[in-house]
Ligand binder design. Structure first.
Ligand code: URP
Ligand code: ZN
Ligand code: ZN
Length: 474
């Protein structure tokens, strides 16, 4: 009689701290044993020449998220989580976004309806707060945090989402009391509005001007202000989708003062530049996201901060809008002015391959750091560790068997999202996920999806340890 449900043999296991040769046994959806020469499994997987990694945790992606401008998020929980799994991700944390005037619980209920029966892998929700009424800060948000929605995003820009500093402080205070992680989109809305009006008045409507409307100082100022608010409220925060040096310097400065300020970056800031927005005709719209991609010097600063420990997590910020689509990038036709183009790039499937190839294979970061940035730290950041994010006895058997040597030229045709382009078309990478297990179930079997929609479970998050304020030192 087999000792395990599944045994993965002869692989090289990598965690955030160690790389070692071992077999891994799975029973009842959990990791049951790690060791040499394990007993037999009902299913045996040979991982010779492969890496065995904890499944990726993509803690910033947008799936089936409704918007107020008529645009359509192209991926729902089925297509989005399938693409995620093909890319080696086994947990996603998208956003339940509140419209102004909407009770927060209604936003969460709506989002559960969207996810129910569709996800192929496990998922949790962040909240997006756009209307922090006294009812919300006093009752609704604390109750939801206690129910397992232990992180929320705050926007300092976008007219329909942005909060003023007083509102941000009120929310940070709730996060402090209840033990939730605040994620901050740090760009100065008024600076952007002023610059946008000037560009439009000069007839500059093409996609390339998106980057000119949001230069680095717009992000640097808001990052600094967010850090100051976190200091005032005495609570950790995470600055999301950090694009370059000046914002990194603010985070580094705060960390140097002993503050718990965390940073997230994304593959678009490692391999795209502002130049990609200059592409022929309207093509640059494919790379419109906020903050925008910067230049090579800023890419280098992002890599330094990844290697140097300033960043804590790498997410995709998958925001899927189709290109040739009146509900996508061409919301107002093929000449849509830059300020009306839906913001965001798709990348849920390419997150691990790009960081692995550009980071690990090129010697910019080590394998353990790769695991930490893509899996362990996001699980810790949002209260899912040790269930997710590690290869440990008792943890969910969410595992990626990764071929470190497979050479792939990324094309949209090979991807599984519901978007008609990838900003990474033609990018050559080395290394690709081969087989993916979620709670011991095969989801991707050597490049073929074998899981049914709806097998993914909703995860309630614990209050994250990392969201705790620094202890007072006597
Ligand atoms: O351009 C971006 N980043 N779109 C997605 C929404 C957000 O702010 O993360
Ligand atoms: Zn954002
Ligand atoms: Zn986002």
């Amino acid at each position: 009689m087999p000792q395990f449900d599944t045994v993965i043999r002869n692989g090289t296991l990598a965690t955030a701290s160690d790389v070692f040769a071992a077999d891994l046994g799975i029973t009842g959806g959990r990791i049951a044993a790690i060791g040499a020469g394990l007993g037999s499994g009902e299913r045996e997987i040979d991982a010779t020449g492969r890496l065995v990694l904890p499944g990726g945790v993509d803690a910033h992606c947008h799936l089936d998220q409704p918007s107020g401008d008529g645009s359509l998020c192209a991926d729902d929980f089925e297509s989005g989580t399938r693409a995620a799994a093909f890319g080696g991700t086994t947990t996603v944390i998208p956003f339940a976004a509140q419209f102004r005037g909407q009770p927060l619980r209604d936003a969460v209920a709506d989002y559960h309806r969207r996810a129910d029966g569709k996800a192929l892998i496990d998922y949790a929700f962040h909240l997006i707060i756009s209307d922090p009424t006294p009812q919300l800060t006093g009752q609704d948000l604390p109750a939801l945090i206690r129910d397992g929605y232990t992180s929320f995003k705050i926007y300092m820009t976008y007219d329909d989402m942005k909060l003023n500093d007083r509102q941000v402080l009120e929310l940070l205070d709730v996060g402090r009391r209840e033990g939730a992680m605040a994620m901050i989109h740090a760009e100065n809305a008024d600076f952007i509005g002023w610059l946008t009006d000037r560009l439009l008045a000069a007839g500059h409507t093409q996609p390339r001007y998106h980057a000119e409307s949001r230069p680095m100082l717009v992000e640097r100022e808001a990052t600094h202000r967010a850090i100051a608010m976190a200091e005032l409220a005495d609570v950790p925060i995470l600055i999301v989708h950090v694009s370059g040096r000046e914002a990194i310097e603010q985070i580094h400065w705060a960390q140097g003062r002993g503050m718990r300020i965390y940073g997230e970056t994304c593959p678009q800031y490692m391999v795209l530049t502002e130049h990609d927005l200059h592409a022929h005709g309207f093509e640059g719209a494919k790379c419109i996201c906020s903050p925008p991609p910067r230049d090579e010097a800023n890419q280098a600063a992002v890599w330094d901060a990844l290697a140097g420990g300033i960043f804590h997590i790498v997410s995709s910020d998958h925001a899927p809008f189709r290109y040739q689509d009146p509900r996508g990038k061409m919301l107002h036709g093929p000449d849509t002015p830059f300020n009306w183009v839906p913001n965001g790039v798709p990348g849920i499937e390419t997150r691990l391959p790009i960081l692995f190839s550009e980071g690990v294979k090129k010697g910019r970061i080590g394998l353990q750091r790769f695991v930490e940035l893509t899996s362990t730290n996001p699980a810790k950041m949002y209260g899912l560790h040790p269930r997710k994010g590690s290869l440990a006895i008792g943890a969910d058997a969410d595992i990626v068997i990764y071929d470190p040597d497979r050479r792939v030229t990324i094309t949209n045709g090979m991807l599984h999202h519901n978007v008609d382009y990838t900003p990474y078309e033609g990018l050559e990478v080395t290394g690709w996920p081969e087989t993916v297990l979620s709670r011991g179930d095969l989801v991707i079997d050597r490049g073929t999806c074998v899981a049914a929609a709806g097998r993914g479970s909703f995860l309630r998050c614990d209050p994250p340890e990392l969201a705790k304020p620094r202890p007072a030192i006597a």
